[in-house]
Ligand binder design. Structure first.
Ligand code: NAD
Length: 249
């Protein structure tokens, strides 16, 4: 993966940050992108301290112009785009379906689903020019099964899988592979917010996983890395669970 160029959205924290550090550690050139400028720049410094190459570009994935410029600036800097990891996402507010507000619905859809599509749109344009590329969308086990109290989040993550499969078919003969990972509960700032770091809430999440623990960001990063690599050359359109057995019950 040395000198491959990878763009990772939402990489100031959690799964995205871990993925950025993994790629950089293997010699890839990483575009760290996020709405959090300070934390994103910190990811870049941590990569550089370890001898890796990365730049930070601020971008809100829900904004078409910003996403267009993100991809343009990435190409200006590194000349090509080998991999797109569309990871930025929010949990929004937890409410039963009838209580979900329109504002919550729209915000989650704009970032999680439309954001992933906008990123794919401009990443694929560049990959078509190159005749090669791989995309990994970060969906969720909530893209595979229902999750009480999260109608918009669950719908957005199911939507990402439909989008992944469709793009995989659209570009199957163009040298572009498109896959998704479906993590269960992973120890990140998002989960700290959801559990409010309450021990009981954490235990209840742990008990949902047959392996008896939460996942770590690096365990998702490794799956993303592998799906981008040539080792996964015959894999496209997959929804790959990284879930400690969560969806096997
Ligand atoms: P996180 O909140 O720890 O990190 C997400 C990052 O995305 C943050 O740095 C945040 O600033 C950024 N972000 C938010 N809105 C953005 C926007 N509009 N534009 C650009 N960046 C934005 O979350 P995480 O747990 O690392 O989650 C990463 C992805 O994995 C999300 O799509 C999430 O839905 C998915 N996921 C997480 C879990 C989990 O248990 N942590 C499980 C399944 C799926």
């Amino acid at each position: 993966m040395k000198d491959k160029v990878v763009l990772i959205t939402g990489s100031a924290a959690g799964i995205g940050k871990s993925t950025a550090k993994l790629f950089a550690g293997q010699g890839s050139k990483v575009i760290v992108s996020d709405i959090q400028e300070e934390e994103g720049s910190k990811t870049v410094s941590e990569i550089e301290d370890l001898g890796g190459q990365a730049i930070f570009i601020k971008c809100d994935v829900a904004d078409k112009q910003e996403v267009k410029e993100l991809v343009e600036k990435s190409i200006e800097k590194y000349g090509r785009l080998d991999f797109g990891v569309n990871n930025a996402g929010i949990e929004g507010e937890n409410e039963k379906t009838a209580n979900c507000t329109e504002g919550n619905w729209d915000r989650i859809m704009d970032i999680n689903l439309k954001g992933a599509w906008l990123c794919m749109k401009f990443e694929i344009e560049q990959m078509l020019k190159q005749g090669s590329g791989a995309i990994v969308n970060v969906s969720s086990v909530a893209g595979l099964v229902g999750f009480a109290g999260t109608p918009a989040y669950t719908a957005s993550k199911h939507g990402m899988l439909g989008l992944t499969k469709t793009a995989a078919l659209d570009y199957a003969t163009s040298g572009i592979r498109v896959n998704a990972v479906c993590p269960a509960v992973i120890r990140t700032p998002m989960i700290d917010r959801v559990t409010k770091e309450d021990n009981e809430a954490l235990k209840s999440f742990e008990s949902m996983h047959p392996v008896g623990r939460l996942g770590e960001p690096i365990e998702v990063a490794e799956a993303i890395y592998w799906l981008c690599s040539d080792k996964a050359s015959f894999i496209t359109g997959a929804a790959f669970p990284v879930d400690g057995g969560f969806t096997s019950r």
